[in-house]
Design a protein around this ligand. Structure first.
Ligand code: ZN
Length: 392
């Protein structure tokens, strides 16, 4: 596989200044445990991703300033009144925007405009045919739950969708594929393009269904397959808890690749969350670091084979601060066609929560059980043959 030599990172400090009030979806305690986790969408998410890129991919990373999305650009996807309501919300200091956990502060509107702007720039760079770079928008707030006139799931503006519209309206794209592997359903992206055949939306997610009839009425089930000329162009792939690396490989082989191949897009936009990871508090899909690396590699290959090598990666969720950083790094390594080797690196790499969880090791367990059993079989009714005759 040819390697990319540059990672273009679209990032702005204002995305760190968007903060969410305590409470609502994450109370201090529950009926079962006295201390609950804080709200998962912390600014430190961005700090950790930015830091791990600086510390490990410095020879690839080119840091790009973001021009915030204009009201007109946001308006290709969102209702003007809704955009204005987000602006007013920040002018008034923020708080809770929805009743189920989407909130912000005086910086939220500006941060959300930068998040969308970074996605636009990443997509522009990809579609303008940069052969050497992988464009990556380090976007916060995330976007994929945001609907035309509805904030949801910590998302205000749908970054990937706005960028897709720019690709279609201002660049040369005629068909855009959005592949969303965040563990939650990309319901906002679905809603925006539901009747369209020029944007293929594929979402691989847990089958969590609707979490609020007002802010999140979509179910994410396969029956939600699009309407009118968009029928068939919205592909929902709910997968069970514990899907794992091989499970994602199966999904890509039998569903994602054949559909993207047939759709023949001009660009592949990835809504990349790492909350399918094995340690994420929001997901239980058991993807490990090698799994995320594999996702990045597959995205690169699909873009190269079916989308003119035009790939843009846009950050969505991921809420374990360590896993988010290492998982995102793995995705970016995969997209660059590299695998960093940390095996001889200092203790710092033990921050990597995947280090000891890369794969289930049944063969190793069987061997360990047999070794222990053979040691103790002469004392206890164990079924193992004795290879050792003493405890020495
Ligand atoms: Zn998510």
């Amino acid at each position: 596989m040819d390697e990319k030599t540059e990672l273009s990172v679209y990032c702005d400090d204002v995305c760190l200044e968007h903060t969410i009030p305590e409470g609502v979806s994450y109370r201090g305690s529950t009926d079962i445990i006295p201390v609950n986790s804080p709200h998962p969408d912390q600014p430190d998410r961005i700090r950790n991703i930015r830091g791990i890129i600086q510390n490990t991919l410095s020879e690839y990373a080119v840091w790009e300033d973001i021009t915030p999305a204009t009201t007109e650009q946001l308006g290709t996807v969102h209702d003007p009144d809704y955009i204005e309501s987000v602006a007013r919300f920040s002018e008034q200091g923020g708080g809770w925007f929805t009743t189920d956990g989407t909130g912000g502060n005086e910086k939220t509107y500006l941060a959300a405009k930068h998040a969308a702007g970074g996605a636009i720039q990443a997509v522009r760079q990809a579609i303008q045919g940069d052969e050497t770079a992988v464009p990556y928008a380090l976007a916060r707030p995330s976007g994929h739950h945001a609907q035309p006139s509805q904030a949801d799931g910590s998302c205000f503006f749908n970054n990937a969708a706005v960028a897709a519209e720019i690709a279609l309206n201002e660049e040369s794209a005629e068909r855009v594929a959005i592949l969303d592997w965040d563990v939650h359903h990309g319901n906002g992206t679905q809603e925006i393009f539901y009747d369209r055949d020029d944007v293929l939306c594929i979402s691989i997610h847990n089958g969590h269904g609707s979490w609020n009839s007002v802010s999140h009425p979509q179910t994410g089930r396969p029956a939600e397959c699009g309407t009118g000329s968009g029928e068939g162009y919205n592909v929902n792939i709910p997968v069970p808890f514990g899907t794992g690396n091989q499970g994602y490989g199966y999904v890509f082989h039998y569903l994602v690749e054949p559909i993207i191949s047939e759709f023949d897009p001009d660009i592949l936009i990835v809504s990349s969350g790492t909350d399918a990871g094995c340690m994420d508090p929001q997901g239980r899909n058991l993807v490990t670091i090698s799994g995320f690396n594999q996702l990045g590699r597959i995205a690169r290959r699909l873009a190269r084979e079916y989308a003119g090598d035009n790939l843009a990666i846009i950050q969505e969720g991921g809420y374990n601060l360590n896993q988010l950083a290492f998982g995102t790094l793995a995705v970016l390594e995969g997209a660059l066609g590299i695998t960093l080797d940390f095996s001889d690196e200092p203790e710092d790499w033990h921050d990597d929560p995947f280090m000891f969880y890369d794969h289930e090791n049944l063969d190793g367990v069987v061997e360990a059980v047999h070794d222990v059993g053979s040691q103790y079989a002469r004392y206890w009714p164990l079924v193992f043959s004795s290879r050792e005759t003493s405890c020495g």
